[in-house]
Design a protein around this ligand. Structure first.
Ligand code: AMP
Ligand code: MN
Ligand code: MN
Length: 322
């Protein structure tokens, strides 16, 4: 994919990522927009996202993001529109901007995405992150510390700081090139990945305290309801990292964490080590993701949701031991 070629005749370029934006989503959108602005200083390049956690304010351009729901984008359609880190169905209110654009581009690494939803697609399920794919599209001489900060954060977040199995030699080679721009990477990791606010730690504590082992200890599950979230005054932006912490429970192959986004509607996160393909499980409920990390939204009580999920998790665990 040649971004210069695709964008050369465009006057207005729009970029969006998935709802409830995470580090890879924010990093790839801002990294791409910084690159395109550098490449084409005269063009209008605008990022639209749902409100992201302010830990990402260390990335240049964060303050200029158009917040979906608060800012109504200009009426005229964009010449080129990018959907990053997901399919157009996960763009939320930006889906219409994508659909109305003259040329659409999809850059993603979700196996559940299929071939991609754009006129031009760069979808590689083997990539650690969308930021790794954007890195591949940026010429070496165009890299600078601002672009590197954005892309490094996304790669570090989606690989759990280079721990998950999606980390490949080329991921580390990309990270090496990015840190050679002189970015303060230990601080970026500390402040955007590990550091938690007091209430984030409290809600994480509650989730750990309420967690339960099921399936002879091979699966760990936990949930936080809306009432508890309101009590601690936390929102979905504060729930990042909880499922990975629960997943660290020794002996488990699979972890499920869910929090209530509306009455009896849960945002479900699934993680596994090696035996369960959680993307397959999430896809049965209209979600998706990767084999080791996936998500979906489900309705019902905590017990309904767990019962519906465990049938499919158990099927895979039993299939493996048969
Ligand atoms: P999460 O549990 O929200 O951190 O998501 C884990 C992975 O699955 C991330 O790569 C998400 O982008 C992806 N994911 C989460 N929910 C969905 C969904 N509804 N459809 C497709 N992918 C999803
Ligand atoms: Mn993401
Ligand atoms: Mn991603």
């Amino acid at each position: 994919m040649n971004l210069k070629e695709i964008c050369k005749d465009a006057e207005r370029i729009g970029i969006s990522g998935h709802i409830r934006p995470d580090g890879d989503c924010v990093g790839s959108c801002l990294g791409l927009s910084l690159y395109l602005k550098k490449l084409f200083p005269k063009k209008e390049v605008k990022v639209f996202l749902e409100e992201a956690a302010d830990i990402f304010s260390c990335i240049k351009g964060f303050d200029e993001i158009g917040i979906l729901g608060q800012e109504t984008p200009a009426e005229a359609p964009f010449d080129v529109y990018f959907a990053l880190d997901g399919n157009k169905g996960r763009l939320g209110a930006a889906e219409k901007l994508f659909e109305d654009a003259k040329i659409t581009v999809n850059i993603d690494h979700h196996v559940s995405n299929g071939p991609g939803c754009g006129d031009h697609n760069y979808v590689d399920p083997d990539a650690s992150s969308t930021c790794e794919l954007v890195y591949e599209l940026v010429e070496e001489d165009m890299l600078d510390a601002d672009i590197a900060t954005a892309l490094y954060i996304g790669i570090a977040h989606d690989t759990g700081v280079f721990r998950y199995s999606c980390t490949a030699p080329k991921t580390l080679q990309a990270a090496a090139k990015l840190i050679s721009t002189g970015i303060d990477f230990p601080r970026l990791i500390e402040e955007t990945f590990y550091e938690k606010t007091y209430v984030q730690n409290q809600i994480m504590g509650r989730a750990l305290l309420e967690s339960m082992l099921i399936m002879d200890g091979r699966c760990v599950v936990s949930y936080i309801d809306k009432k508890t979230m309101d009590f601690y005054q936390v929102t979905s932006k504060d729930m990042e990292g909880i499922v990975s912490q629960i997943k660290l429970t020794k002996g488990t192959d699979c972890a499920v964490f869910m929090y209530e986004i509306r009455t009896l509607e849960y945002k479900v996160s699934l993680r596994s080590s090696e035996k369960v393909d959680v993307a397959k499980v999430a896809q049965m409920f209209g979600g998706g993701g990767h084999a080791r990390a996936a998500g979906c939204t489900m309705n019902g009580t905590f017990h309904d949701v767990i019962n519906n999920l465990t049938v499919h998790i158990e099927e895979q665990l039993e299939g493996e031991s048969a």
